[in-house]
Ligand binder design. Structure first.
Ligand code: TYD
Length: 212
């Protein structure tokens, strides 16, 4: 993998399967001898996990959009400084489950805070570090919601604040992702997320060919 392609993010609507795909890619890269560091936003550090708890707690219905936005960036700033930058400096491949594109899609577009505000905060929190490659695992909203309901029924209860959002919200998020992908064709690859995890993983791997 060329030196400049080591920070890889996974994006997609809730239930898109991006977390599964990130794990599978991590395994495959490790099998090829790569030193891989996997992380998640929000929550990749101890501080981030505490922030994540606030963000995803379904009892925090009064959390205001701007406070929510700043909390996502607080988690990210911590992760970047504490883990992501050191891992990249150590020559590791960093895989991150969600990054600033999530904030752009969810807070910037779907919640209407605006892309300009999100990008201004990104400049403060990320100081110019952006992913070298982003894999957008794309599924339609009904597929995502069905997968998410199945997962919630299996018990990750308590982490459902955003998962309770109406269908229209998820449609906005998906549309936003596709717009962001069109605006960043060099960085973002849109992967068809339908089908079995192995089928999607094969599509992810195809898109990695110029990066491994
Ligand atoms: P997560 O556990 O990552 O959900 P999933 O496994 O479906 O990806 O939950 C994170 C939730 O937070 C998800 O609903 C998306 C939302 N989110 C934002 O709204 N803004 C952000 O900047 C990030 C990183 C996540």
């Amino acid at each position: 993998m060329p030196e400049d392609r080591r920070f890889i993010t996974f994006e997609g609507i809730d239930g898109s399967g991006k977390t599964t795909q990130m794990r599978l890619l991590g395994k495959r890269l490790r099998a090829r001898g790569r030193d891989v560091y996997e992380t998640v936003e929000p929550g990749g550090t101890a501080v981030g996990q505490q922030i994540r708890r606030i963000l995803l707690d379904s009892t925090n219905q009064d959390l205001r959009p701007t406070a929510e936005l700043l909390l996502y960036f607080a988690s990210r700033a911590q992760n970047l400084e504490q883990c992501i930058v050191p891992a990249l400096r150590a020559g590791r491949v960093v895989l991150c489950d969600r990054f600033t594109d999530s904030t752009l899609a969810y807070q910037g577009y779907a919640r209407g805070l605006g892309a300009g505000t999100v990008l201004a905060l990104d400049r403060i929190a990320c100081r110019g570090l952006s992913p070298d490659l982003t894999l957008l695992i794309d599924v339609d909203v009904d597929t995502g919601l069905a997968r998410m309901r199945a997962r919630n029924a299996n018990g990750t209860a308590g982490e459902t604040r955003l998962d309770d959002e109406p269908r229209e919200f998820h449609r906005k998020v998906r549309d936003a992702y596709l717009v962001i992908a069109r605006e960043n064709p060099g960085r973002i690859r849109v992967i068809d997320g339908r089908g079995a995890p192995e089928e999607v993983a094969a599509r992810v791997w195809e898109n990695m060919q110029d990066h491994v």
